[in-house]
Design a protein around this ligand. Structure first.
Ligand code: HEM
Length: 143
């Protein structure tokens, strides 16, 4: 693959995260107004985009290694707190999403709803902080 391809991946990843966040919000608004079909479509598309993000993230980091954060002073603890909470929440999302989806497909919607109340805000946090990590690394503090 060319260098331009790898240079483009962080922007693609940020776009996938931003799209997931928008779909999660739309899916939430949909289910609040009892539009189950739209809710299902938004959540499954957000899930698909998150898997695409994971693949693209792994391809990028396998090639590029970790990206150093050059910011100094008060912004460093802010960035690293955001990065570590983002990563811990992202890891917890794997089982959370699987269980949330399994309960929906088994039509156990009461149990689906109970776990989804955790899955949705954690997923939103991961998507939004994913975009912020990109903004910190490539826009505010480019190396
Ligand atoms: C991982 C993906 C999903 C997430 C994060 C998610 C999230 C949620 C949330 C947060 C609620 C509760 C809304 C509220 O009342 O405040 C909910 C309810 C619901 N979801 Fe999902 N959902 C997902 C996938 C699906 C799928 C694939 C279906 C398939 C039909 C579905 C069907 C429903 C239904 C029917 C309800 C209403 C349950 C009730 O009111 O008892 N969801 N979902």
């Amino acid at each position: 693959m060319s260098e331009e391809f790898y240079a483009f991946l962080p922007r693609l990843n940020a776009t996938l995260n931003a799209s997931s966040a928008a779909l999660l919000m739309t899916g939430l608004i949909a289910i609040k107004s009892r539009r189950v079909g739209l809710h299902k479509m938004c959540m499954l598309t957000a899930f698909g985009l998150s898997i695409l993000f994971l693949v693209s993230y792994l391809v990028y980091h396998a090639h590029h290694g970790t990206t150093r954060f050059p910011g100094q002073g008060w912004v460093r603890p802010v960035y690293f707190t955001m990065l570590w909470t983002h990563m811990a929440c992202a890891a917890s999302l794997v089982p959370l999403c699987i269980v949330t989806l399994r309960r929906a497909f088994r039509k156990d919607f009461e149990a689906h709803r109970r776990i989804a109340k955790w899955t949705l805000p954690i997923w939103l946090y991961v998507s939004v902080t994913g975009v912020l990590v990109y903004v910190f690394l490539y826009i505010w503090f480019p190396t």
